[in-house]
Design a protein around this ligand. Sequence first.
Ligand code: HEC
Length: 296
Amino acid sequence: MRFLALTLALTPFAAVALWQNSFDDHVKKLQDAQSLSMTLTTSVIGGTTEDVRVTLSKPNLMRIDSSAQLITTNGKQIWIYDKSGKTYEDSPVDAGSPASVWLQENAWVYTAFFNEKLGDQIASATKGNSRKLRNVAVTDWTITRKDKAVLLVQMDDQLGVVRGFRTTKDKAEVFVFAKELKIGDTPIAESEFVFVAPAGVTKKEAGAPAGGAALTFADIKPILDANCIGCHSGGGAKKGVVLSSYQEVAKHVTPGDPDSSRMIRPVKRGMMPPGRPLPADTVAKLEAWVKAGAKP
Ligand code: HEC
């Protein structure tokens, strides 16, 4: 008898919860969560598939583990471990939150976890069909952001949180699906986000300006690839500044004189990349390269 009463009492609530399932639920669930652990399967449309383990914890902790790289931050330091090269770099977090930036760039729908104001960025959310996707009951939503970007996402009907979304990565269209997703109501210890180098892994010393004379474009290209070319390559390059080849980069540097080099000035002032200044030792490396003659 008791069980029956309980069932009857619960049913209407469950029904209401399902019926009300909306994009606001997704935002609220992430805002209320203390930790979020996911395995994101990223599939290039018509191409390769890769799993990335993402662990987030409030207030600003993040760990991103893929086959090539491990990025982890405890909010004060950020470590980037190159698994095939068996080296890692660590730099202090001077300003901002690398965790928020990573989400913003790679998995915008989950930025609500760190950004309380995600709702302000959304102009409208329209519900579509319900269906099964990789064995999960989902409902399609079309989200239009205030910056006019339109996103198609799949909301997990049971969890009330987005499980799938389309985005672009290195100009390719990709579909991302959270094959595992766990929302935690207690934060994960900060110590879990501190990198401990495995045996045989060495620290890569940042290009000390003293070694500048030996620097060539091969040392600089990875910095530009990782931080600049997303906005500075191809026909849509911002301000026509293309930073994807030596020939193009050479147009914006004055060999021997970093301070009058167009490419260096905004970086040194912390203006580029926008909202995400480069660590001081990376800026020093770019400057040292120009100072030593901006060699190919
Ligand atoms: C998220 C996009 C984005 C990224 C990443 C980015 N930029 Fe920019 N960049 C812009 C935009 C937008 C402008 C135009 C700003 C303006 O109109 O004042 C710009 C302008 C510039 C300019 C021209 C400034 C001038 O003289 O008018 C330079 C040089 C530049 N960026 C260098 C870089 C470098 C170097 C990096 C990487 C370390 C970088 N940018 C990363 C968006 C970006």
